[in-house]
Design a protein around this ligand. Structure first.
Ligand code: ITT
Length: 195
């Protein structure tokens, strides 16, 4: 496979770090910071699929570079799928992970039904054409935060089949099974099939 050069259309440094660790060599990844891009990227659709597409096209239209966006969210069964598309700013603006987690735990209270899933939709704009790749992982919400690794809701999410939270696992373990890893596996297969 020849080297694939992609601009990551995200302002979240933790996502960049995970994507870099997950993708195999063969990808050359640029960040918005690398190219001095500082515009606010709109996220005004009501869905993860829509926001993912919107972010990728916005950056592609501004730069003309092949790019990849990541829109993700935590969908909790007992909360009717919330925080979902509002995951980043669930407790209001500006986005605050600690406040988001506190609000989720308050809303969940002592509910027995604690099922949830993380979803990622990645949008690739390649030579002006859109391709989307989805990944998800199911699990359960804890009663209090555990661990300090990762980001976002990682301290309260235990992936199915595991005993502890994403934030209490090593990054390498999260990155083998996560929603983001699954979406990137599809992206990787897409490029491998073109080679
Ligand atoms: P960009 O839009 O710039 O990519 P963002 O942080 O605003 O960055 P999203 O709109 O996709 O990204 O928001 C998703 C939120 O969901 C994110 O801020 C986290 O709070 C949470 N999230 C996403 N992936 C996560 C993960 O792997 N672990 C824990 N929380 C995650």
């Amino acid at each position: 496979m020849k080297v694939v050069k992609l601009l990551l259309a995200t302002s979240n440094a933790k996502k960049v770090e995970e994507i870099r660790k997950i993708l195999p060599s063969g990808f050359e990844l640029l960040t918005l910071k690398d190219i001095g891009f500082s515009e606010v990227i709109p996220e005004t659709t009501n869905t993860i699929v829509g926001n993912s597409s919107q972010k990728a096209w916005f950056v592609f239209n501004r730069t003309g570079l092949n790019c990849l966006s990541d829109d993700s969210g935590l969908e909790i069964n007992a909360l009717g799928g919330r925080p979902g598309v509002d995951s980043a700013h669930y407790a209001g603006m500006p986005p605050d992970n600690v406040k988001n987690i506190d609000l989720v735990l308050k809303e969940m209270g002592e509910l027995q039904e604690r099922g949830a899933r993380f979803v990622t939709v990645m949008t690739l704009i390649l030579d002006g054409n859109e391709h989307q790749f989805e990944g998800e992982i199911s699990g359960a919400i804890t009663r209090s935060p555990i661990g300090t690794n990762g980001f976002g809701y990682d301290p309260i999410f235990v992936p199915a089949g595991f005993e502890t939270t994403f934030a209490h696992m090593e990054a390498v373990d999260k990155n083998m099974i996560s929603h983001r890893a699954k979406a990137l596996e599809k992206l990787n297969e897409f490029f491998a099939s073109k080679a």
